[in-house]
Write a protein that binds this ligand. Structure first.
Ligand code: GDP
Length: 459
């Protein structure tokens, strides 16, 4: 039997459909931020919002409100050498009674979603009924990006910078005894214990004094490198560095160089180079709550993190690999800790931490934006009458007590030290909202804006 016209038409249509299947897309998005910035909460919420997407809950996500999103599914992750992001455990915690925040990020983890959608219009729409966007979300500690500037520094210069920071107030209250011990170091056997103490010291600076710009990043979050000799180095005093024949200087220098070559560079080549888009979560409110030294140091840390996205011709990163991040977002999270009338100030303060001059111009190749959001909204907005209505937030604190707070006014720029004498803040942790069931909507602020930013042009 010879094929008739309709047979050929069917064939042609199948071929075209097949060709358009090639238009299925992959998008790999990095999620980072310094410890406690809210990465795990953010990724948990993002995956939940996508898996259980409802137009009334995510009004700014265009593909969803147009009715073009056909379904979202979890898929097995592409990179079998990475830990899977533990979404189920995070959701189980939010469904528990009382609900629990998910455990924080300790290393790299990944989750893949497949989003099936109808194309927006035009020829594609006539020829194909649906396409799939494979979305890989990779969570990793922002501390690892703080190591990038080390690639441009010799051990001696790095040492001087770190020693100066560790010897200055307010950090020196915690570091004094350790610095004195390093000065006494006389033989190689003393290196390992002092290096182990250095890791704990950085952890303590972060924990009790909210320090953020600490190096090396892996000393804080070593992941698979915990206990390995490649992390066994620390800064020496400027006087010690002057002693050129000191064998200890040579040992520490060689470990520093090995760390840069075998830890920092491979992270950029193997992981960072594969991201198409990047979200950096910034806990501006947390640093503001702590004080002037902390927020100033966080501004330095954010500016150091930005170097990872500065890959113009001749830059260090371009020499290392071919970066392809086309969109970069700095998101000031946990915005449910403040009243909504303060959100504009939070945005402008976060902008000022990033360094105002030519912020956009500095990133050749990437479009940079800032946003204010709350991944998991744990408060409601309200008002109380104090001889006039004042805005407040209401929630439940970590001791499960109902609280009503006036969190304080957020400055729109990095304030002077005297600011902290005049004004206090009340940004203490809130308990997460209870998720009635796995499918129930997870309250948020602006996660729909975030999804539109991340996926809008791909669907
Ligand atoms: P990570 O270290 O960057 O992974 O940070 P986490 O995601 O573990 O967040 C640290 C803590 O910040 C959580 O345990 C919560 O107390 C808080 N947090 C994170 N995101 C939000 C949010 O959207 N709203 C509120 N109220 N708290 C948040």
């Amino acid at each position: 039997m010879t094929p008739n016209k309709s047979h050929w038409r069917r064939w042609g249509r199948n071929l075209e459909q097949w060709a358009y299947r090639g238009l299925d897309q992959h998008l790999r998005v990095g999620i980072t931020g310094l410890s406690g910035a809210g990465k795990t909460a953010f990724l948990t919420s993002l995956v939940h919002q996508l898996l259980h997407a409802e137009p009334q809950h995510l009004p700014m996500w265009q593909a969803l409100s147009d009715g073009r999103l056909l379904g979202v599914q979890r898929q097995s992750q592409p990179d079998l050498a990475l830990l899977p992001f533990d979404y189920d455990n995070a959701i189980a915690g939010l469904c528990a009674n009382p609900p629990q925040w998910p455990p924080s990020t300790r290393g790299l983890s990944e989750i893949r979603l497949a989003l099936r959608f109808a194309p927006a219009g035009g020829l594609k729409r006539q020829l194909i009924d649906h396409l799939t966007l494979y979305l890989d979300l990779v969570d990793y500690p922002g501390e690892w990006l703080l190591d990038l500037p080390m690639l441009n520094l010799e051990f001696a210069d790095w040492s001087r910078q770190q020693w100066q920071m560790l010897s200055a107030p307010p950090w020196n209250e915690t570091t004094g005894a350790w610095l004195a011990e390093v000065e006494q170091l006389s033989d190689e056997a003393g290196i390992e214990p002092l290096a182990a103490q250095y890791g704990s010291l950085l952890g303590e600076l972060r924990q009790s004094l909210a320090a953020t710009y600490l190096q090396p990043g892996r000393a804080l979050l070593p992941a698979e490198l915990a206990g390995t000799p490649i992390l066994a180095f620390f800064p020496l005093s400027p006087q010690r560095l002057e002693q050129h024949d000191d064998p200890l200087v040579a040992v520490l220098r060689s470990r520093y160089d090995a760390y840069c070559e075998q830890v920092v560079k491979p992270f950029y080549r193997k992981h960072f180079a594969r991201f198409d888009r990047q979200v950096v979560l910034v806990d501006t409110l947390g640093a503001l709550d702590k004080g002037h030294a902390q927020i100033t140091q966080m501004a330095d840390a954010i500016q150091a993190i930005q170097q990872s996205f500065h890959y113009g011709p001749g830059s260090l990163l371009r020499r290392l690999f071919r970066p392809r991040i086309d969109k970069l977002l700095f998101a000031a999270g946990k915005a449910d800790h403040i009243t909504v009338d303060q959100h504009a100030n939070l945005l402008s303060l976060t902008d000022s931490l990033m360094g105002q001059s030519g912020r956009l111009a500095r990133f050749s190749g990437s479009k940079v934006e800032t946003m204010v959001l709350s991944a998991i909204r744990a408060s409601q907005q309200g008002q109380v009458d104090r001889g006039g209505l004042i805005p407040v937030i209401r929630g439940v604190d970590m001791a499960q007590q109902a609280v009503t707070r006036f969190p304080g006014e957020v400055p729109s720029q990095l304030p002077e030290p005297s600011f902290w004498q005049q004004q206090g803040f009340e940004f203490g942790r809130l308990a997460p909202p209870q998720l009635g069931s796995v499918q129930a909507p997870l309250p948020h602020m602006r996660m729909d804006h975030l999804i539109e930013w991340m996926l809008g042009d791909k669907m």
